[in-house]
Each structure stands twice: as C-alpha cells, then as structure tokens.
Design a protein around this ligand. Structure first.
Ligand code: MIC
Ligand code: SF4
Length: 642
C-alpha cells in the first residue's frame, strides 16, 4: 500500500509506536521554533532539564508577539530569550525580523523534515512540504533536548484542488471554504493533505496561508506536496539545495476525501466569533466597517502585500476606516520598499505597523466600541481583538483592501480591474537579524539574564487517592485558550509570571473565577466539546494548575491543549455519555473514588455528584506514558526522574 505525504515523513521519523490511527506514536524532531509569548516558559523548562546544548538540526527563537513593551517586562523576557538561546545553541531572530511562521517559511523550512513550534500555527511550514506541528512549550523543550515528540497517529484527510483561482479570489478563500466544509472540529485527529491539479497553480506562500489556518480546523497538521513551485520558491530564497520532491503515492489511502474547485470559489468571510462561521462576502456587502487590519502569519507574504498595494495604489482609505498593515517579515518589508509598493500603501493612508503579530494577538489596534473590524488573520474569537463587543470578520487581503477603500464590506470582484502582482524572481536575503549562538566551547561564558518578571514555574503534584472537591467552573462548547488564558496588551507582559497571570484566568467567561478558585483551593472544571481549541499556550494549563485545578472533564478536547494538561499533571477525562453534562452544575460537590488508581490502571472512573446524587461515567483515554506522567505530577517531574 502506498503512503500519503505525511505518512512518508512520519515513517522516516518514527521512534516508537505503530502507524495505526489512534495509537500513540513518537517522532524524531528535526527543527523547533519558539516565539516570545511561549518561549520564556519553554526555555525555563529546557534549563530545568539541565541539558547544555540543543540536539536538533536547527532551533530558532523568534521575538514577534510581545513587541509593544509598555513596561520593562517584555524587554526583560526578550533579553532572557536572547541570552538563553546564545548559550544553548539556538538561533535568535531579533525583534523586527518578522513573524515566526513567515520567517521560518522563508529561511528555514525544508520539505520532508519535521518541525514543532510552541505556537499552534507551526503547520504554516506545511506549505513547503514540511510536517510542522504546534506543541506546548514543554514538548518543544523536550524535543530541543533530543527527546521524542508524541502524538496520536492521525487520520489522513485529502482535499483535492481542481481548477484555478479567479481574479480577486485568494488562498484565504480556499481555507475559509475548507473551514465552511469541515468546521472547527473537522480536522481533529487528522492531517489535511492537499493534492490535485490545482496545487501547482498556488505559490508556496499561498499554500502556507492554507496550511496555516488548518490550525483552525483543529488538525494535527496540514501539508502540500513539494514540487517545482517549491523549488522555485527555495531558489528565490537562495536555498535551492534544500529542495527535495515529495508527493503522495498514487495508491495512498485517505480516511476522507473532499474536492474544492478553485475556479468556483468566491470571496468569503468568517463571521463573529468563529473561523468556521463562513459566509460569502457578497451576502455581507454594504455593511459599514470601522477598521481593517492586514497582516499576521496567515496573510503577510510579499504576494499578499503586493496585492493590497495594487488595490490601494493612488486611492485613499475611507475616512471612517482605520487601516493597519503589518508586513510579515523584514524580507517582505524590504522588498516592498525596494519596489516602491510601500509608498503606495503609505500614500493611501495605511498605518504601517512593525513586522510582528500586533493586532492579531490584541497587541494594539483594538477596534472602537462595537466596532466592525475586517482582518486578514486566522482567529476571530470573542474579545481577542482587545474590544469585548467588537465584531471581527476574517477575510482575504483582496476583500480587506477593497473594503478599506469603500468603508463598507465590499466584494472585491466588483472592483473591476484585478490587482497585478509580479513577484521578484530573486528575493532580498539578509539574515543580519538572525543571531547565531555562541560556539559550544565558549558557551559557558554566556550569562543568561533574568528580569524580575520571570517567576518560578508551578510544578504539579501526584494525584490524590480519592478526589473530592467542588465543580469550580462549568463552561460550554468550543472553549478556546483565549477564554482560558486571554492575551492582549494587559495580559501578555506576564507570560513568564504565572501568579500575576492567574488574575486573568477565565475572566472572559466568569470575572469571579480566579478569586473563587484561590479561595476554595481549586477544584474541577467541566467543559463541553472541543475544550481548549486554539492556541498552543501552555499557560492555559499552567495557570489552572497554579489555581489548584486537579482535573478537567469535558465532552471532548483539542489536541494541543490535552497534551498541555497532561504535561502539567491536570487529569483530562471525557464524559462517556455527553448528556450527563446536564446533571452537573457549577458549585456542586463532586467525588471520584479511586482517582489515582484509575489514572494508574483504569480506562474509566465514576464521577459522583454529592449535591444531587447523579453519577456519570468518565473515560480515561490515556497511553501508558501519559499515565506515568500524570502519576508523577507532570512531565517535568517525569523527565527529571527518568
Ligand atoms: C495565537 O495566535 O493565539 C498565538 C498567540 O500565536 C498562540 C501562542 C500563544 O498564545 O502565545 C498560538 O497560536 O499558539
Ligand atoms: Fe502571531 Fe497571530 Fe500568527 Fe498567532 S496567529 S503567531 S498571534 S500572527
């Protein structure tokens, strides 16, 4: 039997386990990346493991998230990451060099290799035929130390692309269509592969837009073949030697197959507050808008920027609209300046922001009260923009630019003259903002600088024999990591200060949660389906751990978050019968007799509601390794003990 692209890469990197869907497998990781909002924790954990030098082929630390620096905190964290990277053999991408995924695609991603990153959009590298996966910082730290990365062997979903995109329709519309088809849970437990004749009509950055937002499907990863288009991109980057061809075998077996006709696609938009709430732009046309933001790791390539520049050239942004543009990398920014397109953007009245995540993670540019914001980003979760009642729509650069000019939701196909985009044959390569690590022989001389904002990481404890506590919080379906541990300007500075961070935990859902949890010494959380979707931030596990959360019971969990819960010793359990969710209310006293024993050797446990007498059967769907981690009180204890 033939293999899919992802199966080929998995086979070549398999350290342990069977390649049977649903089984736990261990993979060798070739490259890692971190960003600053998760990186501090990842490196603190790497240091705690006592390993001197990274053992990967390449590890890069990017600074792109917390670049506002409204106080000393972020700058201190940046310096910590810079010095810890220098000491331990990690390249350091300085602030200003760009968004991790865009820069990685340009300078480091390689077809056929494995990459994990402490950021959920690491599958962006799939646009290059690389198997990129988002992971918690601790998993990245372990991989940097040469340790195995564990995942559940995914199903394979094939999306056959036929036809060719029409004018004014972009790669963003392709992934929005896939989100419309599959939904935010549609990729859970799967890798999404793109095949078919349509593939060769898409450039590498267009492919990367599509694999980037595969994170919003809940997929383990998304991947394109590596072909002549890939070779041309690598050549333009001066890295043709990194090229290898890679495609699925003709008899490869997929678990599900879909076809998307690129020619039939029209401009689409994901409406508030979920990336799969997709409607045609034509159905929204005429709605007044207040803000447009162009950029993020989804849509900030040279191709995206030139498309926008071509639409804006010689025109003026509508008076009721504020337009921000963040080029994805220093390379893109430089080339925009070189070809004059930057002047077109500035001339039209765009507010040019630095090459960083910026408004995507709520770092400035929050919309006005109840404002309508069109963004080329990948997430429109409630309150993520920094304005609780904002209405955020996710759109393509074409739709964003067209609407910025008219002041209302505008279908770009009505503009008439399509944007003309000619990409340079050779890109401007200048890696002067990527700092190389100290050579191993003199690494000991590097002093790691730690600012006062860096507080110790909470460490989990082995589980109690019988768990009796309060159901401290009950939440609904599709709870995101932005609900659990919000980001934005007020919160992000404390990513390395868990005690301070805990004051914001779950406050989007329940303002009293942190105070209540502290007063009661923690308890158990009950969630709905797809609990923990979104970011890879392990703070969404670390902070609940600090607040005394012992277990999370849900209808189902998102992949990265469940791994993070286990890593920090919080026991994830699922309701065998989802209807039992109704029999438990916030504040109920609950009990699980034989809790520790169930973790050690059972696949189920009984949850008793001592307040109303109800019971529910819980499933403990854990591998032997995961059980051992939980019994040790988390992966740090487990790894140090090993
Ligand atoms: C995001 O897009 O939510 C982030 C910020 O990039 C996160 C990482 C984080 O929370 O630091 C992600 O997607 O993993
Ligand atoms: Fe940064 Fe936004 Fe991409 Fe996350 S999704 S890495 S915040 S640009």
């Amino acid at each position: 039997m033939g293999y899919t692209i992802a199966q080929k890469i998995i086979k070549e990197h398999l350290v342990c386990g069977e390649m049977t869907v649903g089984e736990e497998i261990g993979l060798k990781i070739d490259q890692t990346l971190t960003q600053d909002a998760t990186g501090t924790m990842a490196y603190l954990q790497f240091e705690a493991m006592g390993i001197k030098r990274v053992k990967t082929e390449l590890s890069v630390a990017y600074i792109d998230h917390n670049t506002l620096q409204a106080g000393f905190e972020n700058a201190d964290d940046h310096r910590y990451i810079q010095t810890v990277a220098k000491k331990h053999g990690i390249r350091f991408s300085r602030p200003g060099n760009g968004i991790c995924h865009q820069v990685h695609l340009e300078r480091f991603a390689r077809p056929g290799k494995t990459l994990i990153g402490s950021d959920s959009h690491t599958p962006t590298a799939g646009g290059m035929g690389m198997l990129g996966m988002g992971a918690g910082g601790l998993d990245v730290a372990v991989a940097m130390g040469g340790g195995t990365y564990y995942i559940t062997m995914p199903k394979m979903i094939k999306i056959k692309l036929v036809g060719k995109l029409s004018e004014f329709v972009g790669a963003k519309d392709v992934i929005l269509e896939v989100l419309r088809l599959l939904g935010v849970k549609g990729g859970v437990g799967a890798i999404v592969e793109y095949t078919g004749e349509g593939v060769k009509t898409l450039s590498v950055p267009q492919r990367a837009t599509i694999t980037n937002m595969g994170a919003e499907l809940g997929a383990t990863s998304s991947i394109f073949p590596s072909d002549e288009v890939t070779r041309a991109f690598l050549k333009a980057e001066g890295r043709e030697k990194d090229y290898i061809p890679l495609c699925s075998d003709p008899d490869a077996k997929y678990d599900a197959e879909y076809t998307v006709d690129l020619s039939a696609l029209q401009p689409l938009a994901a409406c508030p507050h979920s990336p799969d709430n997709v409607k045609p732009v034509s159905a929204l046309a005429g709605m007044k808008i207040d803000q447009v933001c162009i950029g993020s790791c989804t849509n900030s390539s040279m191709q995206d920027m030139l498309t926008v520049a071509s639409i804006l050239k010689g025109k003026t942004v509508h008076p009721s609209v504020s337009l921000s543009i963040s080029p994805g990398s220093k390379q893109v920014y430089t080339m925009l300046a070189e070809c004059g397109a930057l002047a077109d953007l500035i001339g039209a009245g765009a507010r040019i922001l630095e090459c960083a995540c910026g408004p995507c993670i709520g770092m400035g540019f929050s919309p006005k009260s109840a404002g309508v914001s069109l963004r080329t980003f990948n997430r429109n979760f409630l309150a993520r923009s920094g304005t609780a009642d904002a209405q955020v729509y996710l759109v393509s650069p074409e739709t964003a630019a067209a609407s910025a000019l008219t002041g209302e939701f505008t279908d770009p196909t009505t503009l008439g003259v399509a944007p003309k985009v000619e990409l340079p044959k050779v890109f401007t390569v200048n890696d002067n903002l990527i700092e190389l690590p100290e050579v191993e022989e003199s690494a000991d001389t590097v002093i790691v600088e730690r600012g006062p904002n860096i507080k110790p990481i909470p460490i989990g404890k082995p589980p109690v024999e019988n768990l009796a506590c309060e159901l401290i919080l009950k939440v609904g379906d599709d709870i995101t990591t932005d609900h659990i541990m919000p980001a934005g300007t007020k919160v992000l500075p404390y990513r390395s200060n868990v005690p301070k961070l805990s004051e914001f935990c779950f406050t989007v859902c329940d303002k009293e949660f942190p105070t209540r949890a502290k007063a009661k010494g923690g308890g158990v959380i009950l969630g709905g389906a797809n609990y923990g979707q979104g970011s890879s931030r392990e703070h969404a596990a670390l902070v609940p751990l600090y607040l005394g959360i012992k277990a999370v019971i849900a209808k189902s969990f998102a992949r990265i978050h469940i791994a993070n819960l286990i890593n920090f010793g919080i026991v994830p359990m699922t309701l065998k019968n989802p209807e039992d969710y109704e029999r438990f209310e916030q504040g109920d006293e609950i009990e699980i007799v034989g809790f520790a024993n169930a973790i050690a050797e059972k696949t189920q446990a009984t949850l008793v509601n001592k307040t109303n007498g109800a019971t529910a059967e819980l499933a403990l769907d854990l591998s032997k390794r995961q059980r051992e981690i939980l019994l040790a009180g988390g992966r740090l204890n487990y790894t140090i003990k090993e």
